[in-house]
Every structure is written in structure tokens, then in C-alpha cells.
Design a protein around this ligand. Structure first.
Ligand SMILES: NC(=O)C1=CN([C@@H]2O[C@H](COP(=O)(O)OP(=O)(O)OC[C@H]3O[C@@H](n4cnc5c(N)ncnc54)[C@H](OP(=O)(O)O)[C@@H]3O)[C@@H](O)[C@H]2O)C=CC1
Ligand SMILES: CC1=C(/C=C/C(C)=C/C=C/C(C)=C/C=O)C(C)(C)CCC1
Length: 317
């Protein structure tokens, strides 16, 4: 049962990672301010969430099936909610894709957009009209630092998150008129199945169609650097859940919320030079000239980032 004081929070992609931890953290809120509808496309994957939710399961947390790639699944789920009333919609479901574009079929690229971009739009279209009518609601989108700045060999994933940024930046203005808030969460690397799936995927794939030099740069230059960056700067899904809870509870939530103070200097390059030259050349240098030194420099970054950059993020602590 949802009490009238409780906010109904619907989260997509709760079978693992960030979505799972958000669902658990909100459902276990000390003051019981939330009723969480934790959704996933395949309920066979519910066990980890149910175990982590403990006593909250069946009380402040309920489960529902929802595949963001299917209109009917989205509609059925929202129709099953009392009065279709959702106070906070958290668009978290998403998939990654890395590798040389020469070897990625267009169909696979479309799947990334279908999930990360159209999946979010499908959710917003279903929930937003009721929020507008009620003149209340909060829509949260889990984007990424890659929605603000491209990363080599992540071309299509970054494009899907950039698309989301443009969409939300436009919509946020209209929604403000209806007292509906739109917030973006911008995590850097986070240790979840997202990372594990990427490593597994690379082990299995052959990268046909890409020339040997490109495959070499991808496998022997980019991948080790990426592993280093995850190791040096990676956050936990709980960090992202804590940041998101703060955004939900803020009296005036910000539109963009970077979660990782250690990654902020990298994003700052983009805003320091609007021609884009600084980021492109700095990334080239970091990747191709620093190579093995990347680990050292990433560790240094951990200790050197100054207070002013930390203040620009929403701290998980
Ligand atoms: N991990 C990272 O480094 C970062 C992740 N992000 C973003 O965070 C979000 C969550 O990712 P994360 O927790 O890391 O990764 P996970 O792979 O652990 O979780 C992704 C979740 O999305 C679900 N999902 C995928 N496709 C669909 C679909 N069609 N319908 C419903 N659910 C679906 C997965 O379900 P299933 O189990 O069925 O596959 C899973 O529950 C994503 O949007 C990602 O882009 C942003 C920045 C960094
Ligand atoms: C290799 C490399 C980089 C890698 C960044 C990575 C790997 C970021 C991962 C972000 C994730 C996983 C976001 C998910 O949405 C930098 C720092 C840009 C510098 C240039 C070389």
C-alpha cells in the first residue's frame, strides 16, 4: 500500500548496477518517504534486488516488468499503477557499446539508440502528460559524462547520450512552465555490470572490417587506459544512488549533476576551449603519448583535484 504522504518513484533497469542500488536506497529511506516501483525487462533477474531490499520488499518496494524498447510494455506498466500516478520517474536503463565503428553493424548501433535515447523518450511520453496536468513531478535521466564529451572508441554510446542531453535541455524549459522538474545525472566510470559486459564483449569479438592498426589501438592502447581510468576514478553504484537521492530531495534541483569530482577536470577541458581543440588534443596526448603513464597521472589526479572542482559536483557524501 502506498500512503498519501509517500512519493511514488518509478525506476527503469533495476536488475543490476545503478538502478538496483537506487531502488534499494530509496526504499530503505529512514523516514519511509518513498514507494519505489523497481522495474526490469525480465523478472527472472529479480533475485539480487529482492535480496538487497530485504524487509523493504513488498512494503516500500514493489516490482514490475518494463522493457523500455517496447511501447506496449511501457504502457502496461504505467496503466497498472494506481491513477497512473508517478511523482518521480528515474530513467536509468541503458546499454554500452565500444569498439571500432567499422566492425559494428548498424543494427547494433540502432539498439543502443533504441534503449538509451528512444527508451527514455518512450517513458517520458507515457508519464509526462499526467505530471503536466498535476503541475507536479520530477523526471530524472541517468546520462553520462559521455553525454557531455565524447570518448575515443565510444562513438555511438556517446552519441546516444549527447542526443539525450539535447532532448532534455530543450524539454526542461517547457516543463518548468508546468512545474515539472527535469534533472540529468552525469556519472563518470562506475563499477557495475556495464564495465564487466564491456570487458567480456571485447574478449569475444573479432572486430572484422577494422584494419589491424585500428584494432591494435583499440585493444592495446584504449582498453588498458580505460581499465586504468575505471580503477583510478571509478565510483560505486551506491555513490550514484546517493547523489540521485540528494537531487530528488533538493529544494531547487540543478539541471546537470556531475557525480565524480575526479572526472570533472576532464569535462572542464571542453568548457575551457569552445573550439574543441583542447579536449581533442589533450585526449590524443593522454591516449597515444602518455599510455602507460596514464595510471600514474590518474592516481595523481585523485590527490591533486582542488576544492573548486569538487564544489562543481553533487557529492555522494
Ligand atoms: N557503469 C558506468 O560506468 C556508467 C553507466 N552510466 C549509465 O547508467 C545507467 C545504468 O547502467 P549500469 O548500472 O552501469 O549498468 P548495468 O548493465 O548494471 O545496468 C543496466 C540496466 O539496464 C537494463 N536494461 C537494458 N536494456 C533494457 C531495456 N530495453 N529495458 C529495460 N531495462 C533495460 C539492464 O537490464 P538487463 O539485466 O535485463 O540487461 C540493467 O538492469 C545506464 O543508462 C548507463 O548508460 C552512466 C555513466 C557511467
Ligand atoms: C581512454 C581515455 C579516456 C577515457 C575515459 C573513459 C574510459 C571514460 C569512461 C566513462 C564511462 C564508462 C561513462 C559511462 O557512461 C579519457 C579520460 C577521456 C582521456 C583520454 C583517454
Amino acid at each position: 500500500m502506498v500512503s498519501p504522504e509517500q512519493k511514488v518513484v518509478l525506476i527503469t533497469g533495476c536488475s543490476s548496477g545503478i538502478g538496483l542500488r537506487m531502488a534499494v536506497m530509496l526504499a530503505k529511506d529512514e523516514k519511509k518517504r518513498y514507494h519505489v516501483i523497481a522495474t526490469m525487462r525480465d523478472l527472472k533477474r529479480k533475485d539480487k534486488l529482492v535480496e538487497a531490499a530485504g524487509d523493504a520488499y513488498g512494503k516500500t518496494l514493489s516490482l514490475a516488468v518494463l522493457d523500455v524498447c517496447h511501447d506496449e510494455s511501457v504502457k502496461q506498466c504505467i496503466d497498472s499503477i494506481k491513477d497512473r500516478h508517478v511523482d518521480v520517474l528515474i530513467n536509468n536503463a541503458g546499454i554500452g557499446l565500444v569498439g571500432p565503428i567499422e566492425s559494428i553493424p548498424i543494427e547494433e548501433m540502432k539498439k543502443v539508440f533504441e534503449t538509451n535515447f528512444f527508451g527514455v523518450i518512450r517513458m517520458i511520453k507515457e508519464v509526462m502528460p499526467d505530471m503536466k496536468k498535476r503541475r507536479a513531478g520530477h523526471i530524472i535521466v541517468v546520462s553520462s559524462v559521455m553525454g557531455l564529451q565524447g570518448v575515443v572508441f565510444n562513438d555511438v554510446y556517446a552519441a546516444s547520450k549527447f542526443a539525450m542531453e539535447g532532448f532534455c535541455e530543450s524539454l526542461a524549459v517547457q516543463l518548468l512552465k508546468f512545474n515539472v522538474i527535469l534533472s540529468m545525472i552525469e556519472p563518470g566510470p562506475v563499477h557495475t555490470e556495464f564495465e564487466a559486459k564491456m570487458i567480456q564483449d571485447v574478449k569475444q569479438k573479432e572486430y572484422p572490417g577494422a584494419d589491424p592498426d585500428t584494432v591494435h589501438y583499440f585493444k592495446n592502447v584504449y582498453l588498458p587506459s580505460s581499465v586504468d581510468i575505471f580503477e583510478a576514478l571509478g565510483q560505486t553504484p551506491d555513490d550514484i544512488a546517493r547523489c540521485t537521492k540528494k537531487v530528488i530531495e533538493a529544494s531547487r534541483p540543478r539541471f546537470r549533476n556531475l557525480t565524480n569530482p575526479l572526472y570533472t577536470p576532464i569535462v572542464a577541458l571542453k568548457y575551457a576551449d569552445e573550439t574543441g581543440g583542447l579536449s581533442v588534443h589533450a585526449f590524443y596526448h593522454m591516449l597515444f603519448n602518455m599510455g602507460p603513464l596514464m595510471h600514474v597521472s590518474m592516481t595523481a589526479m585523485k590527490y591533486l583535484t582542488c576544492g573548486c572542482l569538487r564544489r562543481r559536483t553533487i557529492s555522494p557524501n
